[in-house]
Design a protein. Structure first.
Length: 95
């Protein structure tokens, strides 16, 4: 049976940047959040979705507000970066 798709709240690149800035290995962050290293890897590569509760745990472990780990508000996380940038109405550049 296929897993149901979870909303993609987490920005994997932001998670990786924050983790590296904190001087943490994936395994260390995983231990702090009560998960396995492969789950952190999956979030960073955006292979796996991340529930909001875990997003808050990650933010707490990294010492940052959850918003700093989230995708840009109002974008479709399944869309390609090119289509997302062209769909933005405010004219801001896509990350």
């Amino acid at each position: 049976m296929a897993k149901s798709a979870q909303p993609r709240y987490l920005d994997g690149k932001a998670l990786r940047r924050k983790r590296l800035a904190a001087g943490l290995e994936q395994a260390q962050l995983a231990e702090m959040c009560g998960v396995k290293q492969h789950q952190v890897s999956g979030w960073e590569t955006e292979y796996n979705g991340c529930r909001l509760g875990m997003l808050h745990k990650l933010a707490k472990a990294l010492g940052c507000p959850p918003q700093e780990l989230m995708r840009d508000n109002g974008t479709d996380p399944t869309a390609s970066p090119e289509s997302t940038a062209s769909d933005e109405e405010d004219g801001a550049e896509a990350a």
